[in-house]
Design a protein around this ligand. Structure first.
Ligand code: PEP
Length: 251
C-alpha cells in the first residue's frame, strides 16, 4: 500500500459570493510544485460558486468539491442537489454528514450512508464527517459515538481510493478550541481500527482527516499526530493565505 497522501480540504459552508472568487484564484496560484509534492488540495465552495470556482481552478491541480448531496439521483426534492449535478458542475468530491447537517437537519447515519452511495454512483469521493458533541465527550462517550457513526455511516465496499473520513469534534468546530494531540490520536486510531476490521489492508491507505478550528498556527501540531492524514478546514479556508499556510504545515 503506498503511503497516504495528505489531503487539505476547505469547507466554505454558506459563505462566499462571486466577489470571493479571487481567493479561489489565489489558492490555485499558490499550489506550486513544492506544495503539490506534499499534499492534495480540495476546495468546497457553496453550490452557487462551483462552476466559476472550477473555471478559476482549471489546470491548477486543486480539486473541487460539493458540501452535500441528496441521496436520490434526482426528482422532486426542492432545493436539493444531486451527486450528478455536482459532477456536472466539475466537482470530484463531496462532504457528507457534516455535524451542522446532522444537527440542524437531523441527518441520521442511514441518510449519510445513502449519500455516500449516491456519491459513488457518480464517481465522487465522499468525505464522511463524524465527531462527538461536548456533552458526549464530557460523558466519556467520544469513542463510542464515533465508533457508531463510522460503523453506521460508512457502507461496505470502501477502498483507499473511494473513502475519506473526517473526524470533527462538534465542540471544536468554529470555536477556536481543539482537542489535545493525544485525544486526536486516540480517535483517529479508533477509526483506523474500525476500518481495518471491515476493510482489511485497504484501510491502511484510507485517509482520515482532522477538522475543527484548524488554523495556520496549530496545523503543524495537528497534522503531525499519528493517523492524521490531512485536515478539513472551515473558517480558515476562506482566506487563501491561511488555507495555503495550513497546507504548507504538512510534515
Ligand atoms: C468545519 O466546519 O468543517 C470546520 C472544521 O470548521 P472550522 O475550521 O471553522 O472549525
Amino acid at each position: 500500500m503506498p503511503p497516504r497522501r495528505v489531503l487539505i480540504a476547505g469547507n466554505w459552508k454558506m459563505n462566499g459570493l462571486r466577489s470571493a472568487l479571487g481567493e479561489i484564484e489565489a489558492i490555485a496560484a499558490g499550489y506550486d510544485d513544492a506544495l503539490k509534492a506534499r499534499a492534495d488540495l480540495l476546495v468546497c465552495p457553496p453550490a452557487t460558486l462551483l462552476i466559476p470556482a472550477g473555471e478559476r481552478l482549471a489546470g491548477s491541480g486543486v480539486l473541487l468539491g460539493g458540501q452535500n448531496c441528496h441521496p436520490s439521483p434526482g426528482g422532486a426534492h426542492t432545493g436539493g442537489i444531486s451527486a450528478e449535478m455536482l459532477q456536472d458542475a466539475g466537482a470530484c468530491a463531496v462532504i457528507v454528514g457534516h455535524s451542522e447537517r446532522r444537527t440542524n437537519l437531523s441527518e441520521s447515519d442511514a441518510v449519510v450512508m445513502a449519500k455516500v452511495k449516491a456519491a459513488w454512483c457518480r464517481g465522487l469521493l465522499p468525505l464522511v464527517c463524524v465527531g462527538e458533541t461536548a456533552e458526549e465527550r464530557d460523558a466519556g462517550a467520544a469513542v463510542e459515538v464515533v465508533t457508531r457513526q463510522v460503523r453506521q455511516s460508512v457502507p461496505d465496499g470502501c477502498t483507499a481510493a473511494n473513502m475519506v473520513i473526517a473526524y470533527e469534534p462538534v465542540w471544536a468546530i468554529g470555536t477556536g478550541r481543539t482537542p489535545t494531540p493525544e485525544d486526536v490520536a486516540q480517535i483517529h486510531g479508533t477509526i483506523r481500527r474500525i476500518l481495518k476490521e471491515r476493510f482489511g489492508a485497504e484501510a491502511d491507505g484510507m485517509r482520515i482527516l482532522y477538522g475543527g478550528s484548524v488554523k495556520p498556527d496549530n496545523a503543524a501540531v495537528l497534522l503531525a499526530v499519528p493517523d492524521v492524514d490531512g485536515a478539513l478546514v472551515g473558517g480558515a479556508s476562506l482566506k487563501a493565505s491561511d488555507f495555503l499556510a495550513i497546507a504548507r504545515a504538512t510534515p
